[in-house]
Structure formats: structure tokens, C-alpha cells
Design a protein around this ligand. Structure first.
Ligand SMILES: Nc1ncnc2c1ncn2[C@@H]1O[C@H](COP(=O)(O)OP(=O)(O)O)[C@@H](O)[C@H]1O
Ligand SMILES: [Mg+2]
Length: 429
């Protein structure tokens, strides 16, 4: 059958190979074309038979699975490798990914898990090989030249100190709104473990930010074009890895380089973030030109947002770096906290307000169509986000805000604690 996924099983233990073969024997679209017991044999068979997928054990006598994967990736690039290992620690995963592996199964695994991994990796194969040229064109020429474009783009991180405040919803819709205005815009899912941009935009993580890891100096616009995808709103999207454990292979350094390179090709780089201030999230916030800080009209949100403002001050972010946006704003609050009160309590101007509209938000996310572009684009909630996007574009593109404020210092101490502590030391003597 032409549509068959041709699989080669590599493991030094014959009974493991046999078990894996049995798990696949009733899948009509998967055909096991052979088995290899050593790394050397695997390389030879890969060249000879050009399977679609290789299921590769790591620990084998002779060249191990990682060495074999490296050789196969170089000589038969069409082959997609899935590593099977009892080791699930991130270092192993990182080494395997560096060697060109596309996915990772922890032994023992069941049939469903195995079949799902094979189909997922196989599905992403054509795009990985066909994408670069097409997307490079889309990034560079599909977008009208922007006469007002600043030489460097603006990184806008959407952040909230509390999960569930609406960062992802806001980030996606802001990004789509900017893209639809003809701005060269990319949305980066910085929620690396459980990013949900892909679901909300109905896109598959065939390529993801994890493909950047360990490409170090190679990280350039061409690589980014090949691993980002283009949404039909003309928004470029860099998705989070398809599996949570793959988040670990993306380093803080990768993120730094990524944002620096993106600034060369886009007007706006919108980054969705998670609440937890990990080293990676901090690095995004440091590098951001603006932070859209999402607050809600309740005490717990206000308390956390207020703490974040204190933190921002300790981290020496300029006051204008943080833009306060009230999400799920309720007009009829009764005795509750009004939007005006939010600004007053936090002693900051409210940059924008997004109304509460659960029905529209839920419907848009179920459809996988952002509300600012689908049937809901005329709803007050969508108009509110479009208004914020226009405001952002106007302020940043007209150059009211100097772009050179937020250069990252070279040797910041590690971690939030280290950063704050070292500041106190230098301040207090
Ligand atoms: N303006 C809004 N009106 C109604 N519901 C909203 C609004 N913004 C977000 N939500 C809902 O709140 C929940 C959390 O939103 P999400 O964007 O995922 O937040 P975060 O990324 O900060 O965790 C989701 O169920 C989303 O549908
Ligand atoms: Mg989120």
C-alpha cells in the first residue's frame, strides 16, 4: 500500500524487537520492513531500505543508538528517528534530539503510545522537508513592505503573575490583530511545557521551538522560517514543543538568541508566557521591550500584580516597560472593584481593558479561530483587543518609545533570588 509507514526496528535484544513488532502488527498503515540488532546494521539498513521511521534503542554494543542516529540523519535525511530508552532524563533527550531524533519513547511503552508517536512523527515529515523554501518566502515577501518599520522589531511579552488570567487568549488575539493590519508579526509560545497556542489556532506542532535547541550559531532567519508556521491570518507562529518533557531541551540561551534574531525580521514578536518566573520566563521578560501585564478585578489578582510591579522595579525595568491591561473586565460590578479602582490601587495607568465574555472566548477557542478574525470579530471583546493592538502599533511604530532601553546585561546573576540578592548587595554595600 502506497500510504504505508515503513518502519525499521533497532534493538540489540531480539525479544524487545519482537515485542515492538507485535505491537505494530495489526496497524494497517504501518509496515515493519526489517529489524537490526546493532547500530552498524541500522546505518546499513537505513541506507539500503530508506524506511520512513526508525525505532532506535540507545544502549547497544558498538555504535550506540545516538551515534547511529547521527550517522543516519546525515546520510539519509528523509528518515525520522524515534528513540526508545529506559532513560528519560532530559540530558538523554537532549543528546538524542541533537543527534537528529524526532521523538522519544520511554520503555516500557504500550501499543497506543508507540503507534501515536509513529503517526505523529510521520505526519510532520513532509512539512519538515518542504517547509523552508515556502515559509522563507512567506516571511520575506508575502508581507507588504512597511514604510514606517523601525529597524528593530518589538518584543512584547504577555505575562500575568497568576495562571488563568487570560495571557494566552490576549497574546493570540493581539498577534492576529497586528498581523491582519499588515504588520510583520510572529507569535512565540513561551509556555514551553503546556503551551496551548497550537490548540487555540488549530495548528499542529509539526515543528516547534524545540527544533532550535543546540543549533546555536546556526540560529538565523532561515532556520526560523523553516520551523515557524504561517497561520491563515498571515501571522507567523512558533509553537511550543509537542510534548512537555521536550521543553527542557530549549535553553535560556536559545530563547535569547531567538528573540534577537526575530527582532531583525518582524515588527512585532508577541510572546505568550507562563506565570512561574523560571529562568526562561525571566529571560523573556528581560528581553521584552514591553510587558503586557494582565490583571483582573479581584483582590488576589491585584495583590499578585502589585507584587509584580515591585519586582519589576527591583529588576530595574523602566516604569513604561510594563503596560497594565485589565482582562475579563466587568462593567456592572456593583460594590466590586471597578477598572478605575484597579488603576488607583496599583498606582498605574490602565493601558487597556478587555471585557468579560465567556461565550465568545469559549466558542472561538473551540473553533480554533481567534475571535478577532472569525464570526466574532465585531464583538466588543474583539474590538477591545483590536483597539489595544492598534494602540501598541501606533506607539511603538511611531517611535515614541526608544528601542534601546531594554538591552540585556551580559552577566546577570542566575535566578530570581540571585538577581534580587545581588542588587541588594550592590545597593547596600
Ligand atoms: N475576556 C475573557 N472573557 C471570558 N473568559 C476569558 C477571557 N479571557 C480569558 N478567558 C478564559 O479564561 C481562561 C484562561 O485563559 P487563558 O488565556 O488560557 O489564560 P492564561 O494563559 O493566563 O492561563 C480560559 O478558559 C479562557 O477561555
Ligand atoms: Mg496560557
Amino acid at each position: 500500500m502506497a500510504g504505508n509507514i515503513r518502519v525499521l526496528i533497532v534493538d540489540d535484544l531480539p525479544e524487545t524487537r519482537e515485542n515492538v513488532r507485535k505491537l505494530l502488527q495489526f496497524e494497517s498503515d504501518i509496515e515493519v520492513i526489517g529489524q537490526a540488532g546493532t547500530g552498524e546494521e541500522a546505518v546499513k539498513m537505513a541506507k539500503e531500505h530508506q524506511p520512513d521511521i526508525i525505532l532506535m534503542d540507545i544502549n547497544m554494543p558498538g555504535i550506540d543508538g545516538i551515534g547511529a542516529s547521527q550517522q543516519i540523519t546525515e546520510s539519509v535525511p528523509s528518515v525520522q528517528i524515534i528513540i526508545m530508552s529506559v532513560q528519560s532524563d532530559p540530558n538523554y533527550l537532549r543528546r538524542a534530539m541533537m543527534a537528529g531524533a524526532r521523538d522519544f519513547l520511554t520503555k516500557p511503552f504500550g501499543g497506543d503510545e508507540l503507534v501515536a508517536a509513529i503517526r505523529r512523527v510521520h505526519d510532520k515529515r513532509p512539512t519538515v522537508t518542504a517547509a523552508p523554501a515556502r515559509q522563507a518566502r512567506q516571511v520575506s515577501s508575502n508581507v507588504p513592505a512597511e514604510p514606517m518599520a523601525l529597524p528593530e522589531g518589538n518584543v512584547i511579552a504577555v505575562y500575568s503573575p497568576k495562571g488563568g488570567a487570560g495571557c494566552t487568549t490576549t497574546a493570540i488575539n493581539l498577534a492576529v490583530a497586528l498581523a491582519r493590519r499588515g504588520r510583520r508579526t510572529i507569535l512565540v509560545d513561551g509556555s514551553l511545557q503546556f503551551g496551548d497556542v497550537s490548540v487555540m489556532l488549530n495548528m499542529k506542532a509539526m515543528t516547534s521551538i524545540a527544533d532550535l535547541s543546540d543549533r546555536g550559531s546556526e540560529l538565523d532567519q532561515e532556520l526560523i522560517s523553516s520551523i515557524s508556521q504561517v497561520h491563515r491570518s498571515n501571522l507567523n507562529v512558533l509553537l511550543a514543543p509537542p510534548r512537555p518533557e521536550m521543553a527542557d531541551i530549549v535553553t535560556e540561551e536559545n530563547i535569547k538568541q531567538l528573540l534577537a534574531v526575530l527582532k531583525e525580521s518582524f515588527d512585532f514578536i508577541i510572546v505568550d508566557t507562563t506565570s512561574y518566573l523560571s529562568e526562561k520566563t525571566l529571560s523573556i521578560l528581560d528581553q521584552a521591550d514591553k510587558i503586557v501585564l494582565i490583571a483582573q478585578q479581584n483582590l488576589s489578582s491585584l495583590k499578585n500584580v502589585s507584587r509584580f510591579f515591585d519586582l519589576a522595579e527591583s529588576l530595574e525595568y523602566e516604569t513604561q516597560k510594563v503596560w497594565l491591561v485589565v482582562n475579563r473586565a466587568k462593567t456592572k460590578q456593583g460594590k466590586g472593584i471597578s477598572v478605575h479602582d484597579v488603576g488607583k490601587a496599583l498606582k498605574r495607568p490602565v493601558y487597556g481593558t478587555i471585557p468579560d465574555d465567556e461565550i465568545t472566548v469559549t466558542d472561538a477557542s473551540n473553533q480554533g479561530v481567534p475571535m478577532v478574525m472569525g464570526e466574532h470579530q465585531k464583538k466588543p471583546i474583539s474590538l477591545a483587543i483590536i483597539k489595544i493592538a492598534d494602540q501598541i502599533a501606533r506607539e511603538l511604530m511611531e517611535g515614541k518609545t526608544p528601542m534601546s532601553n531594554n538591552k540585556v546585561e551580559a552577566d546577570k546573576p542566575k535566578g530570581l533570588f540571585g538577581r534580587l540578592f545581588s542588587r541588594r548587595e550592590s545597593a547596600g554595600g
